[in-house]
Design a protein. Sequence first.
Length: 338
Amino acid sequence: MAKLIDLNGTWKLRWDDGQRGDRLPRLLHPNADLSRAWDAVVPGDVHLDLCKAGLLSEPTLGLNVLAARWVEETLWHYRRTFHSPNLAADEHAWLVMEELDLAAVIYINGQEVARHANAFYPCQVDVTNHLVVGENILVIDIESGLFHARDRSADGLGLTIDNHLTKRPWLRKPQFSHGWDWSPRLLNVGIHGPVRLEIVRAARVEQIALRGDLSADMQTGIITAVVSVTGLLEKPLTGELSLYVHETRQRTRTSVQIGRGANRLQTDVVVVSPRLWWPVGHGNQPRYTVTANLEVQGKSIGRTTRRIGFRHVRVNQEKHPAVGTYFIVEINGKPIFV
């Protein structure tokens, strides 16, 4: 398994309007002046940290949201130090940021290592060659996305006039932050997900996804494990992907090959006559505990356990005998009032 170095917790945060000349050399300097920075929590959000610091009033009250508009129009600068061990010759260090909202440039020890502008997809980058043994400086320069989309055209997109300012369709972030029927415009910005350093060797598991599918006659359930893994060696690796269903004591073992770069591995197990999941009030909600494990060179490099339920969902839109069509939600063949 990967060695994990947790980079959550307290960071330093400061803002910049971009009008003060050579901002990055000043901010990236090892001895940068942090006297005007304040503590920020990661995972977290700039608005929350500003409220805690007394620099912003609760945006959801009254007209405070208008007084908070400057936050989305500002450049934000997160900074922290962390200790890196002396890596072995075959070890790689990956910096993983689960959710950045939104447009971010990441620096380690003053050197740019990545750019990212998608709050729905993690930023994962090999930083092995950027680390030094001992103390390292990690900086994330981030903004709400307004600067990122500044040159994009909003013409022809059928937007309301206010969205010509924010260029909403070009920004991969929660759309409600641009304003919705239940929320005013308040563009989030911050490191919203966990941050960590992963120390790995031959291969790195990015994701293990488990899903359950049910046959049309509801007599057979299939549990599938899909593993996204990056091979780090020039020569292919041989591994074993296993899937275990605790309740039925079923286990599958599949031999897999992991080449250099991105790999997608898959295996499944069949559950005969599975117990079905029902909505509350219509039956029980049984689920199966499933463990997926990927081994390489006799050692587990990725493992996860989830609970999987089986149910069949259908929206009945057959023709109505009088006029129009039905719209009936059916769970396991039974009409359910939603």
